[in-house]
Design a protein around this ligand. Structure first.
Ligand SMILES: Cc1cc2nc3c(=O)[nH]c(=O)nc-3n(C[C@H](O)[C@H](O)[C@H](O)COP(=O)(O)OP(=O)(O)OC[C@H]3O[C@@H](n4cnc5c(N)ncnc54)[C@H](O)[C@@H]3O)c2cc1C
Length: 320
């Protein structure tokens, strides 16, 4: 009798029904791009991985808020430019949110840049150069969006996002906006941001320094480009540095010590030019790349006694 009551209860029947309705049909009526089974291999730099169960690009901030408030309790993943992720071959269950063009505006208020989280770090650096605002040159070769850059505390040449961020606007899972002031709390570490993973970064204020003309900015950007081209593989499918540098050490040296520069796994390869870069040579699956990365972790642990930490964010479901 207890079981019969349970089976007939309204909430139990509703739950049963919901299981048979596709996720996309259970989402609120948003205005942006909303697609089921969206392939993701063209949306990440490795060029690998399966599909998003549902893919969403909000039309604007209200659209994003509507989705956040009314989406069912399903996994939610934020994807920026896909330059620091390894999307697994089984795809990403739940909803994948990407902030596109409507979130890419950049404007200037004195020495402060107000940027949408979808703006690219390279565009921000170029905008600052055009307006003679110094301090953003380090961003010019990092191929990510501002949102991804803040999440990763991306950086180069001894500077990172934490050095320029004045305030951050985030959308919380309840669809409300909140201002975060990095001066009020410690939110960053090396290639890491401690804010909760389900907060969507939507806008940030970044401070630079007004200079009389852009000459030195342009020169610095040129120098950084030269250095990058000399040290890193160009025109390949990669997600940049695979592992974080352990305190005081350089990962590429550790990978050299264990003899894995140039090592291959299926279509994945350790770059000959920079041993901390994994490359999709054309036919790699996400599994090839992950297996090669795990081989490095094991070899470095065994021979050097050091446990490497992935810098690249692995997302989604593995398939055998
Ligand atoms: C050739 C190459 C060179 C690189 N060089 C550098 C370098 O010099 N320095 C460096 O630090 N990195 C470097 N990277 C890595 C990468 O470009 C940065 O980490 C970049 O900031 C990631 O941004 P993204 O938009 O691509 O984020 P994604 O790779 O899409 O995502 C990275 C993380 O950010 C989260 N995220 C994305 N957008 C948001 C948002 N709006 N709100 C909240 N979370 C979000 C994602 O959920 C994920 O956890 C390089 C990568 C490549 C391919």
């Amino acid at each position: 009798m207890g079981l019969l009551n349970k089976i007939c209860s309204k909430s139990f029947l509703q739950r049963l029904c919901r299981k048979n309705i596709n996720l996309i049909d259970r989402l609120p009526p948003v205005r942006g791009i909303l697609r089921a089974s969206e392939p993701l291999h063209k949306k990440n730099w490795f060029g690998v991985g399966g599909a998003a169960e549902v893919y969403f690009e909000p039309a604007d901030i209200d659209d994003l808020s509507l989705m956040m408030r009314f989406m069912p309790n399903e996994p939610c993943t934020i994807l920026g430019s896909g330059s620091n992720v390894l999307i697994r071959d089984g795809g990403i269950p739940g909803i994948v949110i990407h902030l596109g063009q409507p979130f890419s505006r950049i404007s200037l208020e004195g020495e402060t840049l107000i940027c949408g989280a979808g703006a690219s770090l390279m565009e921000i650096a170029r905008f600052a150069e055009k307006n003679s605002i110094a301090g953003f040159e380090f961003m010019s070769g990092i191929p990510g969006s501002l949102g991804g850059g803040i999440r990763m505390n991306a950086g180069a040449f001894k500077r990172s996002l934490k050095d320029v961020l004045v305030s951050l606007t985030v959308m919380m899972p309840n669809g409300e906006l909140q201002e975060v002031n990095p001066k009020d709390m410690e939110i960053f570490a090396y290639r890491q941001c401690y804010l909760p993973n389900d907060w969507v970064f939507v806008e940030a204020r970044l401070r630079g320094e007004k200079v009389p003309d852009a000459h030195d900015i342009t020169e610095k950007m040129r120098l950084y480009k030269e250095k990058r081209e000399a040290a890193q593989p160009q025109g390949v499918r990669t997600a940049g540095s695979t592992f974080k540098n352990p305190d005081g050490l350089q990962v590429w040296k550790l990978i050299d010590n264990v003899g894995l520069r140039g090592a291959k796994e299926g279509g994945a390869m350790v770059s000959e030019k920079h041993a901390n870069f994994l490359i999709n040579t054309g036919s790699a699956t996400a599994k090839d790349i992950e297996t090669l990365g795990n081989r490095i972790v094991q070899a470095v642990r065994r021979q050097e006694g050091i446990t490497l930490e992935w810098e690249i964010k692995k997302m989604g479901v593995e398939i055998d």
